[in-house]
Design a protein around this ligand. Structure first.
Ligand code: SAH
Length: 386
């Protein structure tokens, strides 16, 4: 009998692409894909499974809308459309976050608030974003509204907190633009401190509504653990952490490194990273808010050197000038964390042609049931031993 994926919305939602495969089959599928794309560089280690293949998402987002019949619905956009598929619970998402979103929807009715209507640009609530720190249990709710005005907001928050005392902060984010981006510019803290703090591998991390944080907590521990193992730092190393997000990998590396230079484009993430360093009493890190390519180009032009470069770019991968600059900083090791094996293959070709040899490849399943796969690669200068 064919495997039955336990979700009624799967076909319309499109969020899970591997619903016809059991989890074991998914792992084999991803392993084969990574071997096909990267096997020519070196042997590929056995994929590390996600410790929990279900309900692993710590960041949950729901779009709100109104049906033609006037009913308020929440869920996800049907793939490549702006039709909302009603979803009350998802097999990938944190269950408490899903319950909070359903509560928000029912409170809208009792507070006579409306959901945003994309057809004519009227209405109030556009999205709800819930971020949960699995390590500490802290929960952030971000209400993305089309207007700044939020009638009875205090009572609304009180009612939400009464149903979900686990919520530690509520933020209103105003998005008044005709855009498919979820979050707008302006933010008002309605309850709590406006951020949550997670604990991961012995360090604390502050997370704000806009900054990037890995979405699968248990798998992230394994991912970062492997990345550090691959970095194989020795005391005193000068380390660059590029595409650093809220500074997670660099902060973990700072225990061993002599110095960590962290570069990240998103100013909110950099602000969080600086706070994270303070929170953890880390004094050997410097943080730069810049385009990683520009930043490394300048370092290379100034004749700087580094011992280890850690890089974790978005799906598009890195750029040729970035990688050229890495090569001229002449690190003994480059650890590349990638969320897209295709752009990784392209970038490894560049490194391979410019004096770096791929030594280890480790796939990690951060996103069960989806087609995505995270891969960590360790490279060192050609000819040298590991
Ligand atoms: N290493 C972090 C973040 C990885 S996600 C972690 O593990 O949590 C990729 C990060 O690259 C995001 O934070 C994104 O804001 C950042 N980014 C995207 N383009 C960039 C660029 N051109 N220069 C620097 N950082 C960039």
């Amino acid at each position: 009998m064919a495997y039955a994926f336990p979700c009624a919305a799967a076909k319309k939602c499109g969020g899970c692409q591997l619903t016809n495969l059991t989890y074991e089959e998914q792992l084999s599928f991803k392993q084969a894909k990574v071997i096909r794309l990267l096997g020519k560089f070196c042997r590929v280690n056995e994929i590390i499974p996600s410790p929990s293949p279900w309900h692993y998402r710590n960041k949950v987002q729901a779009a709100f809308g109104v049906t033609r019949g006037g009913e308020i619905i929440s869920g996800v956009y049907q793939s490549s459309t702006h039709n909302i598929v009603k979803v009350d619970s998802c097999m990938l998402e944190n269950e408490t976050a899903d319950a909070i979103i359903v509560t928000v929807r029912s409170l809208l009715r009792s507070f006579k608030l409306t959901a945003y209507n994309e057809r004519n640009g009227t209405g109030f609530l556009r999205h709800v974003l819930v971020k949960t720190a699995f390590g500490t249990g802290e929960v952030m709710v971000v209400l993305v509204t089309a207007t700044r005005e939020f009638p009875s907001k205090n009572n609304f928050c009180k009612a939400l907190l009464a149903k979900h005392p686990e919520i530690t902060t509520i933020v209103q984010n105003v998005n008044d633009k005709h855009t498919s981006l979820v979050l707008g510019e302006s933010e008002t803290v309605l309850y709590g401190g406006g951020t949550i703090t997670d604990e991961l591998l012995g360090k604390k991390f502050i997370i704000s509504p806009k900054s990037f944080y890995q979405i699968n907590y248990e798998a992230t521990k394994l991912l970062y653990g492997k990345a550090l193992e691959f970095a194989d730092l020795t005391h005193g190393d000068r380390v660059i952490d590029a595409y650093a997000g809220v500074g997670t990998i660099g902060l973990l590396a700072s225990d061993t490194a002599g110095e960590v230079i962290s570069v990240e484009l998103n100013p909110d993430a950099v602000a969080d990273a600086k706070r994270n360093a303070k929170l953890n009493g880390v004094k050997n890190m410097r943080f730069f808010c810049a385009d990683a390519t520009d930043f490394l180009r300048e370092m290379a032009a100034a004749g700087e050197k580094a011992d280890v470069v850690l890089m974790d770019p978005p799906r598009a991968g890195s750029t040729v000038p970035f990688m050229k600059s890495v090569c001229s900083l002449a690190p003994k090791r480059v650890v590349y964390v990638s969320c897209d094996p295709e752009t990784l293959a392209r970038d490894l070709n560049f490194f391979a042609r410019n004096g770096y040899k791929v030594r280890k490849i480790q796939p990690v399943d951060m996103f069960p049931h989806t087609q995505h796969c995270e891969v960590i690669v360790s490279m060192s200068r050609g000819g040298s031993k590991l």
